[in-house]
Design a protein around this ligand. Structure first.
Ligand code: FES
Length: 176
């Protein structure tokens, strides 16, 4: 019989952390957004279990909380892949080829925006200005900004990203 103890403990820990985040911010003016940001910063996404906890604390309905999570593209409802790749879709980048880059990125990764590649490596997200408007098309990989990214450069960046993943995945497989 599979041992589900560890995942259950991890889930209980996550819920306790979320409850702590909510309790620390519930009396702030406009508390919902700071709470959602803090949860995503610590958990990597806003899990479904967080919604009733937030709703209860802020005296909102679950639908209201869920509506805000889905309104802002920044918030994720699923865990991200090992890397988050953001492609700028704002005007200055569009003027220098960001639409073509976005199409290429979706094709090359085999997933759409707000989705994760089948191997769990990359989550692709749109972003609306990275402050690199003079160097578009701009891409952010994790915390690293890249300017003047065309299809070939995008492929090279993804190749480097996945090459970095190999030792990490080998380690994960050895621990499994
Ligand atoms: S419009 Fe793309 S970085 Fe500003």
């Amino acid at each position: 019989m599979p041992d589900h103890t560890a995942p259950q403990e991890a889930q209980a820990d996550a819920i306790a952390r979320i409850a702590h985040i909510v309790a620390a911010r519930r009396d702030m003016p406009g508390a919902l957004l700071p709470i959602l940001h803090a949860i995503q910063d610590t958990q990597g996404y806003v899990p479904p279990d967080a919604v009733p906890v937030i709703a209860r604390a802020l005296n909102l309905s679950r639908a209201e909380v869920h509506g805000v999570i889905t309104f802002y593209h920044h918030f994720r409802e699923q865990p991200a892949g090992r890397h988050v790749v953001q492609v700028c879709r704002a005007e200055a980048c569009q003027a220098v080829g960001a639409d073509a880059l976005a199409s290429h990125a979706r094709r090359a990764l085999g997933c759409d925006f707000h989705e994760t590649t089948a191997d769990g490596s990359v989550t692709l997200e749109p972003v609306y200005c990275l402050g690199q408007c003079a160097c578009g098309p701009a891409v952010m990989i994790g915390e690293q900004l890249h300017g003047r990214v065309d299809a070939a450069r995008f492929d090279a960046l993804m190749h480097a990203l996945r090459a970095d993943d190999v030792p990490m995945r080998a380690q994960e497989e050895a621990q499994a």
